[in-house]
Ligand binder design. Structure first.
Ligand code: FAD
Ligand code: ZN
Length: 470
């Protein structure tokens, strides 16, 4: 081990091989549920250095956990407790290698913070549409590692849909230069898609070529109270038909989720939550003008009111007001954390079946645990719900988790299977959902996944024990 550390110091410099002091930022996960111990936190600054680090670790039989912003929510980005794994932080690899405005692409290094990439695009009058609440600290490498979703998937797709090419360091320390900006390339198996969403278990992503879009002339936000999830789904259909590609966001928020925001963030104005079981946040991005976008929205909401799908609505008057509405939506996870420990789910269901899924699962949970509180919100436009479960009012949260976590997960995930859904829509598998994956994915699919892992990483050095059992 000391010999390996010496080699690593020779590659990245002694200051970038950290073994002592407070390493919690790298060793503890964002949820503060996992705390590991790394052999060392290693911070390379170039692809060549990453390749040399992986080569040295492979020779020593030392496993590697790749990490970007450490905002992952499934226990996949921190080392285990053994003190033998190298935590490979990509944070210093944060250069934009190039932006091709005519090709609508940019090539960036894995450690670039998502928000900084949005800004780089915007400075060129372009849009990089990947957007999520952790964008101030998550990195594009982590976004691709988890195939992140976020709030604009309904229009632009997830991280996978936005990626054209990758540069990857393999488990053997070789560099695969797949940094293409081509939108068409049918030359055999799609290696890019294999690495995207593999959560650091197949290779280390060091750079990526990402798609850009023209910046819309105006982005207008609206907030609507809806009487039911059926009404929300009907409104989504109408919004698709009326706004077409202008519909860039469609979020749903349950009443209790919004009550928590009102309770813990008293300074935020939360429209209509007292009167309605669900509210919806819509975003319209328009290439003509702001008055046009607003006009479209007002007509849409009026038509929805006539149908009874919307009971009340407000269209943000300016960008600041739009930001405030988004801020309410984005405060839900934080308000929920303020309220106490809870059981989180990140599920997807075909949009058409979401109302029935929730009716059935809400009832099953309420019957099993009287008084249980459901914090249901998410990206309805992509059929993705954060269907979270909070202890009854006044209950001991730790005892609730201990006594009911397994029971709640079984109810929620069995229903997901009955409704042809997924147990992980956007956060990934990590260690948190690894065992659930075994239960809910087909044996054929699991065997193919194991075969791929074994072929690409035969020594099981890359993030071992995450996604798949060793
Ligand atoms: P990390 O947490 O560092 O790593 C995540 C995984 O990717 C790990 O398995 C790691 O090993 C692997 N990895 C990291 N970098 C690389 C690399 N260079 N090469 C290979 N593998 C790598 N996610 C969503 O999808 N949608 C949301 O709306 C969303 N909202 C969030 C809101 C908050 C407040 C928080 C804290 C998280 C949210 N997330 C969301 C989850 C998280 O932000 C995303 O998964 C994000 O993409 C992780 O990026 P990261 O750089 O922090 O990755
Ligand atoms: Zn989400």
């Amino acid at each position: 081990m000391t010999a390996l550390l010496e080699t690593l110091r020779g590659i990245v410099g002694a200051a970038n091989v950290m073994t002592e002091g407070d390493l919690r930022a790298w060793e503890e996960d964002w949820r503060k549920r996992d705390r590991g111990k790394a052999l060392a936190v290693v911070r390379p600054s170039s692809t060549a250095q990453v390749a040399a680090v992986v080569t040295a670790c492979a020779a020593a039989g030392t496993s590697i956990v790749a990490q970007g912003g450490n905002t992952g929510l499934v226990g996949g980005s921190t080392p285990d407790g053994s003190g033998t794994q190298v935590l490979l932080s990509l944070q210093r690899m944060n250069r934009v290698r190039g932006l091709d405005a005519a090709n609508l692409t940019m090539t960036v290094e894995a450690g670039c913070v998502l928000q900084s990439l949005q800004q780089v695009a915007q400075e060129q009058g372009l849009l990089f549409p990947l957007s999520l609440a952790a964008e101030g600290s998550c990195t594009i490498g982590g976004n691709l590692g988890t195939n992140a979703g976020g709030t604009q998937v309904v229009r632009y797709g997830n991280a996978r849909d936005l990626c054209l090419g990758l540069e990857v360091v393999t488990a053997q320390g070789e560099i695969w230069d797949g940094l293409t900006g081509l939108r068409k390339d049918n030359t055999g198996y799609d290696l890019r898609d294999l690495f995207i969403g593999s959560e650091g278990t197949l290779g280390i992503i060091t750079a990526a070529t990402m798609k850009l879009y023209p910046l819309p002339a105006a982005t207008v936000t609206a907030w609507a109270a809806v009487p039911s999830l059926d009404a929300a789904v009907a409104l989504l259909g109408l919004a698709h038909r009326r706004l077409g590609a202008g519909l860039t966001g469609f979020e749903v928020m349950g009443q209790f989720a919004l009550e928590l925001v009102a309770k813990h963030y008293g300074q935020l104005r939360v429209p209509f939550h007292q009167q309605s079981p669900y509210c919806v946040l819509l975003e319209n991005s328009d290439h003509q003008s702001e008055p046009h976008a607003r006009d479209q929205f007002e007509q849409l909401l009026e038509a929805a009111m006539t149908e009874g799908w919307v009971t009340d609505a407000v269209v943000a008057e300016n960008i600041a007001q739009g930001h405030q509405l988004w801020h309410v939506r984005e405060s839900i996870p934080l308000a929920q954390a303020e309220e106490g420990l809870n059981i989180k789910h990140d599920i997807s269901i075909p949009v058409s079946r979401i109302p029935d899924y929730c009716r059935e699962t809400d009832a099953l949970l309420r019957r099993a645990i009287p008084g249980v509180r459901l914090v249901n919100f998410g990206h309805l436009g992509d059929g993705n719900l954060h269907y979270n479960v909070q202890a009854p009012e006044g209950a001991d949260m730790a005892a609730f988790l201990r006594d009911h976590e397994t029971q709640v997960n079984t109810i929620v995930y069995d229903a997901v299977s009955r409704y042809d859904g997924s147990i992980s829509a956007e956060h990934g598998v990590g260690s948190l959902k690894r065992d659930k994956l075994e239960q809910h994915k087909s044996p054929v699919a699991l065997n193919l996944m194991r075969a791929i892992k074994h072929a690409i990483d035969p020594q099981n050095l890359l993030n071992p024990g995450r996604v798949l059992k060793p």
